[in-house]
Design a protein around this ligand. Structure first.
Ligand SMILES: Cc1cc2nc3c(=O)[nH]c(=O)nc-3n(C[C@H](O)[C@H](O)[C@H](O)COP(=O)(O)OP(=O)(O)OC[C@H]3O[C@@H](n4cnc5c(N)ncnc54)[C@H](O)[C@@H]3O)c2cc1C
Length: 348
């Protein structure tokens, strides 16, 4: 077993880190203020290796295996949350169901949206809230059909598709989550992903990897919070000594570093299993639970180490503290991950 990262991965990691720090961070506050993805950020993302890194080469991507992507994703996750979310969606989830279940011609389980076949079309009715990037060009829609759940690929301009903005969020500003409504929306049968009734498999083909990817994003954020905390603890003096010399602070740093490392190793194992075609739903959920609990604790400790100034908007801790709370919900809550883990354990 080799725990070292190859040189080419370390180089990509370093390049992403420098791009985030030097190019993206200076132009990102505007995105937070306006609560939208700005042209400046979009243009900057187009100039670097950001999109389609994990998409197979035959479909125009760079074909990185997940075990090469995750260490680099950690660096993108240190960017503002909107960029982290894009990196995760573009390289972690979006392409995969189409690759596994799509065909060359076209391509919360508790689902209340329905799809009824009429000739060569499906008529879809229903709604789903809390959707990230709801104004995207293409949406995955899962609906109940007589044969079970079915996945559809839906174009943004399809008549009957409406998006309503959600109330402002606590963090991840700029993503502009929305509620998506389907009112007699007609979708050609060719837009069914995979087979009719195969929707849960389609969803899981994205979700397992996506959960491990979210764990990796937690690790990146954890690293960032630890870096900021170490720098602050060395600088801040109380009673004539840097707070880094106090055992109370040292223990917090030690716990943060240990928790981050544990989550990273679990996420990497899920990536490795995915690359090798092994089942990894349990490992992905375990990584996500561990990483999500880690990031809440690490963010809390980072805030405590920074003291009162950490609560001001002068320091990035305040923003990151809010942003990382969304990890609990993305790709299923901790409670749902535990259901998946226990189901696996009981069946083994
Ligand atoms: C920032 C953000 C981005 C999101 N992006 C998307 C997206 O792009 N696409 C998308 O489809 N969704 C998205 N979501 C929605 C997200 O997947 C849901 O919020 C999450 O699955 C929880 O569902 P819910 O909010 O309806 O909570 P509920 O289902 O109402 O859950 C409330 C509580 O009950 C618990 N619970 C629910 N059911 C069970 C059960 N069976 N057993 C035990 N406990 C249970 C939950 O864990 C939670 O603690 C996003 C959410 C957020 C916050």
């Amino acid at each position: 077993m080799d725990f070292s990262l190859p040189d080419y991965v370390l180089e990509r990691k370093q390049k992403a880190r420098e791009y985030v720090e030097n190019v993206l961070n200076p132009i990102s506050p505007e995105m937070e203020e306006k609560e939208m993805l700005t042209d400046a950020v979009l243009d900057a993302l187009k100039k670097t290796d950001f999109y389609g890194l994990t998409i197979p080469k035959e479909y125009g991507g760079q074909g990185w295996p997940m075990i090469d992507w995750f260490p680099v994703e950690e660096e993108w996750a240190k960017a503002y949350s909107m960029i982290r979310m894009l990196a995760h969606c573009m390289n972690g989830i979006f392409w995969r169901p189409l690759y596994i279940f799509g065909n060359e011609e076209g391509t919360g389980k508790n689902i209340v949206t329905t799809a009824k076949r009429e000739g060569n079309e499906y008529v879809i009715n229903g709604r789903k809230w809390l959707i990230s990037f709801p104004w995207s060009q293409l949406l995955y829609v899962f609906a109940a059909t007589p044969d079970g759940i079915t996945g559809f690929l839906v174009d943004k301009g399809t008549p009957g598709l409406k998006v309503v903005a959600m109330p402002p969020m606590m963090g991840t500003l700029g993503v502009r989550h929305g509620e998506v409504l389907f009112e007699n929306m007609r979708v050609p049968v060719d837009n069914v992903i995979g087979k009719v009734g195969q929707g849960l498999e389609v969803a899981y083909s994205a979700l397992n990897l996506s959960r491990a990817s979210i764990a990796t994003c937690c690790v990146g954020n954890g690293d960032k919070l630890l870096e900021l905390s170490i720098a602050y603890a060395k600088k801040r003096q109380t009673f004539g000594k840097p707070i880094a010399s106090r055992q109370a602070i040292q223990w917090m740093l030690a716990e943060m570093g240990t928790q981050i490392k544990a989550a990273r190793l679990m996420a990497y194992e899920a990536a490795w299993r995915c690359d090798n075609g092994l089942p990894f739903d349990k490992e992905a959920s375990m990584a996500k639970v561990t990483a999500e609990e880690m990031i809440v604790d690490v963010a809390e400790k980072a805030l405590r180490i920074h003291g009162g100034v950490g609560y001001t908007k002068t320091y990035p801790i305040e923003r990151i503290f809010r942003d990382v709370r969304s990890f609990h919900f993305e790709e299923g809550t901790t409670e749902i991950q535990k259901l998946i883990i226990s189901r696996n354990l009981l069946e083994e």
